[in-house]
Design a protein around this ligand. Sequence first.
Ligand code: 3H9
Length: 701
Amino acid sequence: MTQSPVRYDRQGAVGIVTVDSPPVNALSQAVRQGLWDRVTEGFIDPDVTALVIVGAGRTFIAGADIAEFIKGGMGEPDLNDVNDLIESGPKPVIAALHGTALGGGLEVALSCHYRVAVPKALVGLPEVKLGILPGGGGTQRLSRLVGAKTTIEMITSGAFIPAPKAQALGIIDHVGEGADPLAIALSFAASLPAGPHKRTRDREEGLAADRGSSVFDEARASLAKSARNQFAPQRCVDAVEAAFTLPFDEGLTRERELFMQCMAHDQAKALIHVFFAERAVTKIPDVPPSVTPRKIGQVAVLGSGTMGGGIAMNFVNAGIPVRLLDLDQAALDRGMGVIAKNYAGTVAKGKLAQAEMDKRLSLIQPTTDYADLADADLIVEAVFEDADVKAKVFRRLDEVAKQGAILASNTSTLDLDAIAANTGRPADVIGMHFFSPANVMKLLEVVRGKDTAPDVIATAMAVGKQIGKVSVLVGNCDGFVGNRMVQYYATEAQRLVIEGASIEQVDQAALEFGLAMGPFAMGDLAGLDVMAFIRARRVAAGLIYGTPLSDRIDPARKGQKNGRGWYRYEPGNRTPLPDPEVAAMIDAYRAERGITPRTFSSEEIGKRLIYSLVNEGAKILEEGMALRAGDIDIVYIYGYGFPAWRGGPMKFAELSGLDNVLADITRYHADAAAAGDADGGYWEPAPLLKRLVAEGKKGFG
Ligand code: 3H9
């Protein structure tokens, strides 16, 4: 018989139920059964008058076992039955919280008669981030303690609340001192009042004020904007409202109904996929956790422009000192000025203390002398995206960097092996591709060259985590994962316009799909001049099918930076405005080719944009340039504003049906060929996609 992950012992007159199911004490079937059995044991133990539920290891219970959701069928006992047992038993039960009490974990705690915590504990109901809602009574019990507004805020944001604040809100009864939740609970138990110990379901303090109030409609209206197109947030409000309109048991039934609706929705499948995909990216088969990362005490960043400055900020934000090198003092002064202005903006918003800003700035040492890089453990190059410039820089770095230093390039498209060949130490060379603005965007593509050493990869991944990035290991191919895919997406946007859609309509369709920005607005933000430079190299190298309109647009149109790109911009304003000059250029292009514009639905535009990503993503996967389809999804969610609730492009394709996606892609390919449009050559269906569909597979595996 396997041992239960929940044990029972006794200290004086208190029965202690300990959940011991690493890593996070999630409520698997075995844990629910163990709780049921051990709590029952405590209730019938004649020597105890009260029970404590506590988590072993680093945390209380971090929620339902999300892996069980994927397997389907959660098995008996149901969490609601366990919670009912705890709440309705003959003895008071105290939840002793440390680490995180999340989701189902907080729901267990809410079913207890009292909650005590260590000061550093966090509580939250983050189910919405998985596309679901609390389904173990959380919406009903929390409402009774803290009222509608706080409950809705907590449940629709999924925020983690520190114990002292949770106490002030009325969620926690007592925050003790120190780090031992059991000690706090035992001393609390020693001074328990005689009773009766109210069940949370019978408490009323949160209900009275909000019955019949407008708070529910207001929340729905606000979420319709902030969580546009998302299913779960609105259902969360419905579930909370049920606490105010229905008796407890009926409220629970309603909550479960809504929970099941969410579970059945594609958005939950997408978001649960994202949860695991984000954790899977850290796992690299040939770089196991036993590979020790190198120690990074001092970093250097080359280039103090927008990118270099943003990269430097990441490191000093994490307390790692940076030497920032540029060619001349004027460039450095400008770069440091921009960094200081960025921090000052954050201070002005009240999000950073002035003293902290000063500390961070003092960690950046500007220099124009390569010799100052001699003690750096990691050097990140962020100079102009030109192979010759980078070659020169790496030759110089090879001369000055100490033995064992990691030489990283922030190149977004260039061949990392060619860059590494400029040094006598290609094993120490790696790509660390940050996304603009580098101090804000969470994605870091870690590019592995053919000679990059495993401990260099381990270091880049570890440093990425230390500076708060989601790091994804990618292979060395033109554009790596993100930019290799995006070039076809950008071309497809242009082909749609040539065929008859307007620039605004294409961007609007992308927004309706849930992307943070449309492809044309994104081009203007990135800079059309930068794109043109990259495109010229790709065309010369025969790497690109074509970006037809990019080749026609006036080169003086650089995008947001000079107020003229695919759109026009008023000075000091980032709102894109339609530009008749660009519309005329498009008309002329169509006329030259005898194209009669046709109309498009948003859905058709959306499909063509996203499937262009999927088809290339499948090629990338087959070539091994990404380790998993989920890695590609994470790149798109954290680097390109792809909506997490769609799961990323590859998961979206799975949810749409790979066979349907392949049928559309095959048709787009045939259409491009029939129109003699070589620019659409990338629609050649990915062999992997064809194979998976032929084998009847539903996913990329
Ligand atoms: C729920 O409760 C529904 C109920 O209302 C209703 C039911 C009827 N399950 O993140 P980490 C794994 S929904 C399974 O790297 P950290 C994770 O995959 C749930 N596994 O650590 C990883 O595995 P691996 C509501 C889980 O310290 C390992 O634990 N709760 C779960 O950075 C370490 O995780 C949530 O949504 C889980 N619930 O962060 C909380 N949680 O090592 C979700 C973690 O194999 N979890 N794992 O890759 C979190 O937010 C973070 O994991 C946490 C720890 C803050 C707890």
